[in-house]
Design a protein around this ligand. Structure first.
Ligand code: NAD
Length: 343
């Protein structure tokens, strides 16, 4: 609608290749006619350098709270010392309890699984489990991390998986757990899954032990439709699933809470190639397509997605990580090709 006012979206460019893939994404969305007013905000390394221990300054939190939609580049997490992960801060502050990762074969991306019709969604619980951050030394030689699973947390993530399945016309929800070993924590997810999915008789409900789910994803990935898991299992299996369809350079995701939705690529800040104009912006672009659908701009979403698919299928002007050997181009040349293919 030409007359609608633009949607305000918080843009966190992030660290490493973040600013490069954010600029690329904003250029494609602008060329596609998306009516978005970007509000720039800082998080991650820059915030830590300024002494913000949580990695996310108050202005950034205020911006996300006001706009309720954010597009985010990767944030560097300091490894092994005191500071927290800015990503975890954002997830927790806004209680973004669902991490949603579509796993779909992409035209032109060569993988050992091409042509199999892989098309499923991993729904990962995003705030509980071993990521609650309750970890300590019991005695000098014994470390302990607590696995916290709540009934309410299981209910809302299974309900989200069911709602997503219904909204996308999907048929089956697989609840993958380690309930055979952790009967109380993982068992709770299994039991709640059985109970909640009974309220959705149009969906096929299936339970799978999570190690077998990892095996099944590799040997027969086309059997999955929506797969819901607790935090750590979902973390690992969603990366495995991303690998099936082309890997980190092309894997999008969203973090959803009751109030706020934040869209981001699955990959990190790729410090080895940062600042060289080599980064592949496809993953953030596909995340922005999810964002456009979230804000109701289905036409622009379809346009950008189509231009991406055409570009990847043509196979010309692709970035080095996905191009044929020796034929990679830089981020700008790839973006120019995508924009030319907007039609
Ligand atoms: P990474 O995803 O940054 O890199 C893994 C490999 O993939 C590297 O070889 C990298 O060059 C390549 N790669 C990743 N994205 C690419 C792209 N768009 N185009 C081309 N090549 C790409 O993972 P890492 O090295 O384990 O992590 C680096 C930093 O990123 C760490 O500080 C980590 O904590 C952070 N990280 C952040 C997020 C996030 O913000 N959501 C996610 C993962 C990692």
């Amino acid at each position: 609608d030409q007359h609608a006012s633009p949607t305000k979206v918080t843009a966190i460019a992030g660290d490493g290749i973040g600013p490069e893939v954010m600029r690329a994404t904003q250029a494609v969305l602008a060329a596609a006619g998306a009516r978005i007013e970007w509000e720039d905000a800082v998080a991650g390394a820059e915030a830590f350098r300024k002494g913000v221990g949580s990695g996310a300054p108050q202005e950034t939190l205020d911006s996300i709270a006001a706009n309720r939609v954010a597009l985010k580049g990767p944030l560097e997490t300091p490894v092994g010392f005191g500071e927290k992960s800015a990503n975890v801060t954002l997830r927790k502050v806004f209680e973004m309890y669902a991490n949603i990762r579509p796993v779909r074969e992409i035209p032109g991306i060569r993988t050992p699984f091409a042509g199999r019709g892989i098309d499923f969604v991993v729904v990962r619980e995003n705030v509980e489990d071993l990521y609650a951050g309750i970890e300590h030394m019991q005695t000098p030689g014994v470390a302990q991390c607590l696995k916290v699973i709540t009934e309410a947390g299981c209910e809302r993530i299974v309900a989200m998986a069911a709602a997503l399945a219904e909204a996308e016309g999907r048929r089956k929800v697989t609840v993958a757990t380690k309930a055979n070993i952790m009967k109380l924590t993982e068992g709770m997810m299994k039991r709640v899954g059985e109970r909640v999915l009974k309220e959705h008789p149009s969906l096929v409900h299936e339970h799978m032990i999570v190690d077998n789910a990892a095996h099944q994803m590799v040997v027969r990935p086309e059997q999955f439709d929506v797969c819901v898991m607790t935090n750590m299992n979902g973390d690992i299996l969603s990366d495995l699933a991303a690998g099936l369809v082309g890997g980190l350079g092309v894997a999008p995701s969203s973090n959803i809470g009751d109030e706020v939705a934040m869209f981001e690529a699955v990959h990190g800040s790729a410090p080895q190639i940062a600042g060289q104009g080599l980064a592949n912006p496809t993953a953030l672009l596909l995340s922005s397509v999810m964002m456009l659908r979230h804000i109701g701009d289905f036409a622009t979403a379809r346009r950008v997605e189509h231009a991406l698919y055409v570009t990847l299928e043509e196979g010309r002007d692709l970035t080095g990580d996905i191009a044929a050997p020796g034929q990679g181009v830089g981020t700008d040349a790839y973006v120019a090709r995508v924009i030319a293919n907007l039609g």
